[in-house]
Design a protein around this ligand. Structure first.
Ligand code: P6P
Length: 341
């Protein structure tokens, strides 16, 4: 890997923008504001583990302030950081049933932001890494008024940018604006995200699989056969694969993108549409993995082609190295389809 010169996220965003003469800088401002929210959320997540030690009570800290659940804190921080930049016409969050209106003075921006403020937050008490996921579209409604649900319900292929921040052993900000995938690691000593993963490319085929095998009984018969196939010994195809499952989507997909592998959260006889959300979990991760040379689908259809119907709709997801996703799709095509209505 060629030597990475000292590059901050802000500088990188600016340099990416300069590649497009027609760029107005608004998307750059949006990404910059997101990085600000990420720093504040990172600070809060990293001290959350000290809640009991620092004398925080169940809902108040030593100053008598309300201690919010981390995902509520992250949700509110994202809104505070993003709702007055003038670049958005509407937002949507995993934490909010309806779309989030932008204050009137700032609501005719040309972009739309959807986000999962803190995915995997149930893991925080075990100090397992968790993440924020975001997805950015251009508005489709007339630009003389506030954004609408129609602006939010666009297929993933319309995304102009997407990314995630993982709060783990270090805080890393990964994004794409359609020109490759780039990762930046936060240096807390001076609060800057520094380029650490330039133009991430995932291998064509991996040797890691990530799925909650506790649901095996309820899976599609073809998926059962695929997982058993992965566990057979065959040196040429690097089988058996290693099983790695953190239970935090962003972390599992990030590791598999770097090392090579496939993450699966399928539909099954108990959850006919799977568990993960299309608009602010699966679509942004799918945009990123495709930009890194991988593939993402619901087992049949390319993830980014799915036409959303509702803001919080769930979808099965198979995401990672292209050859691995194509293989699981083949196994499921070849076996009787599980009737999950
Ligand atoms: P399960 C975390 O709660 C989450 O939303 C994703 O981050 C993760 O991939 C998935 O759920 C884990 O779900 O059913 O395996 O515990």
């Amino acid at each position: 890997m060629d030597k990475i010169r000292f590059m901050t996220l802000g500088r990188h965003i600016y340099e990416q923008e300069r590649k497009y003469p027609e760029a107005t800088g608004e998307l750059s401002d949006l990404l910059h504001d997101l990085s600000l929210a990420a720093k504040v959320i990172s600070l809060e997540v990293n001290k959350a583990g000290l809640v009991d030690i620092l004398g925080f009570t169940g809902d108040h800290n030593v100053h008598g302030e309300n201690v919010k659940k981390l995902d509520v804190f992250a949700h509110e921080m994202m809104i505070k950081a993003m709702d007055h930049g003038g670049h958005l016409c509407v937002m949507a969050s995993e934490e909010d049933e309806d779309i989030i209106h932008i204050p009137e003075a700032f609501n005719i921006g040309k972009y739309v932001l959807l986000f999962d403020p803190l995915d995997g937050s149930s893991n925080i008490d075990a100090n397992v890494s968790i993440g924020t996921i975001f997805s950015i579209y251009r508005r489709v409604s007339p630009d003389n008024g506030p954004g609408t649900m129609e602006d939010c319900l666009q297929p993933g292929k319309n995304q102009v940018a997407a990314g995630y921040i993982i709060y783990g052993s270090s805080t890393i900000f990964v994004y794409t604006a359609g020109n490759g995938v780039h990762g930046f690691t936060l240096d807390p000593s001076f609060g800057e995200f520094i380029l650490s993963h330039k133009n991430i490319k995932t291998p064509k085929k991996g040797n890691i699989y990530s799925i909650n095998e506790g649901n095996y009984l309820y899976w599609h018969p073809g998926l059962k056969k695929y997982i058993k196939w992965l566990q057979e010994e065959d040196k040429e195809s690097e089988r058996p694969y290693s099983s790695r499952y953190i239970g935090s989507m962003v972390s599992d997909i990030h590791r598999n993108m770097l090392y090579g592998g496939i993450f699966m959260y399928p539909a099954d006889s108990r959850s006919p549409h799977g568990k993960l959300r299309l608009m602010y979990e699966c679509n942004p991760m799918a945009f990123i993995i495709e930009q890194a040379g991988g593939r993402a689908s619901d087992g049949i259809t390319r993830m980014l082609e799915i036409q959303p119907k509702t803001l919080h709709q769930k979808t099965p997801i198979f995401i990672g190295c292209e050859e691995d996703v194509l293989m699981v799709e083949k196994f499921m095509r070849e076996y009787d389809v599980l009737k999950v209505e």
